[in-house]
Design a protein. Sequence first.
Length: 62
Amino acid sequence: MNATATKTSSLGDRLLTGIERVGNKLPEPFALFTILFLITAIVSTAMAWGNVIVTVPGTDEP
């Protein structure tokens, strides 16, 4: 048996393994982009219907 095979994983290895598992569960990049675009469009539309106005810091213009 190999010495490295019996060694426990370091914190960095476990962290990277966890990140890889989460990354593998994400949808394809095109689908992810489409989902994020739709979320942005829905939130933007809801804010426009709600008459939300944002002013530029330091000025009084919206």
